[in-house]
Design a protein. Structure first.
Length: 244
């Protein structure tokens, strides 16, 4: 049976708590398909972080550790160094990875720690009510930039996947989206490659997902899905480093 019609073994049979139109559930499924296809369920450890995805352990049937806000890459470093035989991934929002956790994140990448990061970039702090984050586009309204992000006051959006592409310790840095079927399929291929590179101990692997947040973007799910297309003008999809 095609994978499309098979319920992933690593995905728990429970209802998601995510808002309608949020892309977390889709990304969870892709992650589980990759874990199943690589046959690594018993050898995988996930690091959930603080944000909307903090309940990762409700959904993904692998060992999950909850890190304090921003510390997922440091927790992953410890686990991977202690047990290099395991496949370790972090699952982090843009606030977690690129704001409070920026120091932990960049130093892990620079050290070439051999785990995989899934960075879910919804361009704001979702769980706490939609505050500005390092990846908020210019002009985007958030609860802390009600008139839109002004570069003179709030700075410019950070392009993390591009930045990590310049790090020597990074084996793979890519940005993907899941707002149409073609993109879903290519996102899965990139994620699978990240886990394969990790299995071969090639270096730090980073996959950034542009992800819809209809509630905090104050859009219906369809408009939010379309807004992801607009986001690709600011955050182009693609691979910024691939050591092959
Ligand atoms: C040390 C600490 N500071 C602040 C918070 C409050 N807090 C919880 S989630 C969050 C933002 C999460 O945003 P992001 O990482 O982008 O994830 P999202 O909710 O959008 O998925 C913040 C600031 C906290 N829990 N712990």
């Amino acid at each position: 049976m095609s994978q499309l019609f098979r319920f992933p073994q690593s995905l728990k049979k429970t209802l998601f708590h995510y808002c309608p139109g949020c892309h977390h559930s889709l990304i969870h499924r892709l992650l589980c398909e990759v874990i199943d296809e690589l046959g690594i369920r018993e050898k995988t450890v996930g690091i959930a972080s603080i944000g909307c995805s903090c309940f990762l352990y409700f959904y993904i049937d692998v060992d999950i550790v909850e890190a304090p806000h921003g510390r997922a890459c440091s927790a992953a470093t410890g686990i991977k160094r202690a047990r290099p035989d395991l496949l370790v991934f972090t699952y982090q929002g843009d606030g977690d990875f690129a704001a409070i956790g920026l120091g932990d994140s960049l130093h892990s990448a620079s050290r070439g720690e051999k785990f995989t990061v899934l960075m879910i970039n919804n361009t704001l702090y979702g769980m706490t009510g939609g505050q500005v984050s390092p990846t908020t586009p210019l002009c985007q309204k958030t609860t802390t930039t009600p008139l839109g992000r002004d570069p003179q006051v709030h700075g410019y959006p950070m392009k993390i996947a591009e930045m990590l592409g310049n790090f020597e310790g990074v084996a793979l840095s890519a940005r993907v989206a899941v707002n149409n079927p073609k993109r879903v399929l290519s996102a899965k291929e990139v994620l699978k490659k990240a886990f394969l590179y990790q299995r071969e101990a090639k270096g730090f692997t980073y996959v950034e997902f542009l992800s819809a947040c209809p509630v905090n973007w104050k859009m219906d799910p369809l408009s939010a899905t379309k807004y992801v297309d607009k986001l690709t003008e600011i955050f182009p999809l693609g691979t910024f480093k691939d050591i092959g």
